[in-house]
Design a protein around this ligand. Sequence first.
Ligand code: FES
Length: 71
Amino acid sequence: MYICLCNALTEKEVEAAILDGARTPADVYRSLGCEPQCGTCLRDIRHRLKNIRRRAVDPEPSPSCALTTGA
Ligand code: FES
């Protein structure tokens, strides 16, 4: 699936760039040899940066709220 139509960047290419160390959308474009054009894809790239970094830090998050019954 294409994420950036202006530069014909696919989801896999963008995710590979992030896994290779891109930390900002500018890093992603640079590592893939292009520049942002219309900017429509910026939100999607930022979302992927955030999610992939989160998974790298905590691959299997534990339940955030363990309920106790008080019994
Ligand atoms: S869709 Fe990525 S710059 Fe236009």
